[in-house]
Design a protein around this ligand. Structure first.
Ligand code: EPZ
Length: 421
């Protein structure tokens, strides 16, 4: 397993290109199952999760080819007759559950392995099931697999989600495009990735209103045609790299980044003393003088502060002047980066869903271990500002969600290298 070695090396400067959004792409790819015509995605990020989704779709009978050095994924599902998503693929990535809605809509049946828990929480699928059953699906759990059928086809329904689940909204949205009649999703997730999926489905001929608001209305159609769709910029990669100049000092331009993707996060960064400026090509982030100021953070569904940036923000606040609190309201166990940051001298107290961080002048480099995707990158960010060497092991977590993180950070002056263990 590879390791990444980061050595604190002072302020950063230069540009970092932001790739297409992993979490948009993982919802867009299963949409190919909804049409017999080709669906091509551009601005695709080169990540292991994308390769896993390709493998899953191919196991279902879809043709998936990766072109342009991984930036384009061309899919065709006219022969996709298999409706069983196997455990050995699904267990690798929770987002595999996003084939459930499309398989039901296409075949009237689906067998999808439950993804199983992951490091950050149990991650059940009760809300997905609730919504699809409202549309006439019959779903039962047998030996770890969801066995779903829609004997008479799916029909439009009014569905009030108990929680604005991103994945449940995506599964229901995709299923509703081919259902008979109208579906209204209330308390729908409002993340930009939902808007991107709705835009792609509309380009395929779906009739969708209200994506990005809490109420999405879908008029079912008989069939969807093919499309070519560019994947939206990755707001979590964007936020992650905005923390780099904030924690290490200096000024970095994130090309392809958009301020409207991260309203609450940018507000908190500015409150902490970081300057964020929109430029022609993206966002310019700088921390020139003085220490970061402590701020309080509470993760919420969009447009609130994203849970996927909580670990990275904690790394920044470990070096702030004063005491900050971070409240994690989305996942039940998303502070695993805290003990690793404490190995670097951070002063953190975790009580249930709240972490209290007392900032220190300087973190100290240390050997640390990645536990999940976003925790991994928070340790690298901390290493940028730490005195001495930080060695991050188990970086395969990183490769799931970040393209060539060492190249992008080296490009702005960081001392960082990947070594084979
Ligand atoms: C998506 O996961 C993202 N993944 C996650 O990003 C992100 O953290 C999450 O949304 C929240 O923004 C992808 O888009 C592939 P949810 P998802 O359904 O859809 C509970 C990353 O690092 N819940 O909104 O699984 C669930 O347990 C990943 O890129 C139920 O209880 O998130 C969790 O506590 C991590 N029942 C909360 O809701 C359900 O049926 C949020 O889940 C569904 C969810």
């Amino acid at each position: 397993m590879d390791k990444i070695i980061v050595t604190g090396n002072g302020p950063l400067s230069g540009q970092i290109p932001i790739a297409g959004a992993k979490n948009a792409c993982l919802a867009l790819m299963p949409a190919t199952l909804l049409s017999e015509e080709p669906l091509t995605l551009t601005n695709v990020p080169r990540l292991s999760d994308i390769a896993t989704m390709s493998e899953l779709l191919q196991s279902l009978g879809a043709e998936v080819s990766t072109l342009a050095d991984g930036r384009v994924v061309a899919m065709a599902s006219h022969n996709a007759e298999n409706h069983v998503a196997q455990y050995d693929i699904v267990r690798k990535m929770r987002a595999s559950n996003l084939v459930l809605g499309p398989l039901l809509a296409r075949h009237g049946r689906a067998v999808v392995s439950l993804p199983g828990g992951c490091a950050i929480g149990a991650r059940p699928m009760d809300i997905h099931i609730f919504g699809l059953e409202k549309m006439g699906a019959e779903i039962e759990l047998r030996e770890g697999y969801l066995h779903a059928t829609a004997p008479g086809g799916l029909k439009g329904a009014k569905i009030a989600l108990p929680f604005a689940s991103v994945g449940a909204t995506e599964n229901i949205l995709m299923a509703a495009t081919l259902a008979r009649g109208t579906t209204v999703i209330e308390n729908a997730a409002r993340e930009p990735e939902i808007c991107d999926l709705a835009a792609c489905l509309s380009a395929m001929g779906a009739k969708i209103e209200g994506a990005g608001t809490s109420t999405i209305t879908i008029e079912g159609v008989h069939r969807l045609h093919g499309a070519t769709h560019p994947v939206i910029a990755d707001r979590i990669e964007l936020g992650t790299y905005m923390i780099a100049p904030a924690i290490a000092g200096g000024e970095v331009e994130l090309t392809g980044g958009r301020a409207d993707l991260l309203p609450a996060f940018i507000e908190k960064l500015e409150e902490a003393g970081v300057s964020v400026e929109e430029t022609q090509g993206g966002l310019k982030v700088a921390r020139r003088n003085g220490r970061i100021r402590a701020v309080d953070v509470r993760t919420e569904v969009f447009p609130g502060f994203p849970t996927d940036l909580q670990a990275q923000m904690m790394a920044l606040l470990c070096t702030a002047e004063g005491e900050s609190t971070l409240e994690e309201t989305i996942f039940e166990n998303r502070f695993m980066h805290a003990p690793e940051l404490m190995r670097m001298g951070a002063e953190i107290e975790v009580h249930g869903g709240t972490a209290r961080v007392r900032g220190v002048e300087r973190l100290k480099g240390a050997p640390v271990m990645a536990t999940d995707l976003r925790a991994s990158v928070s340790l690298i960010l901390a290493g940028l500002a730490a005195e001495g060497e930080t060695i991050v092991s188990r970086v395969y977590h990183l490769d799931r969600g970040y393209e060539h993180v060492e190249e992008k950070l080296r490009g702005v002056g960081a001392r960082i290298e990947r070594v084979k263990e």
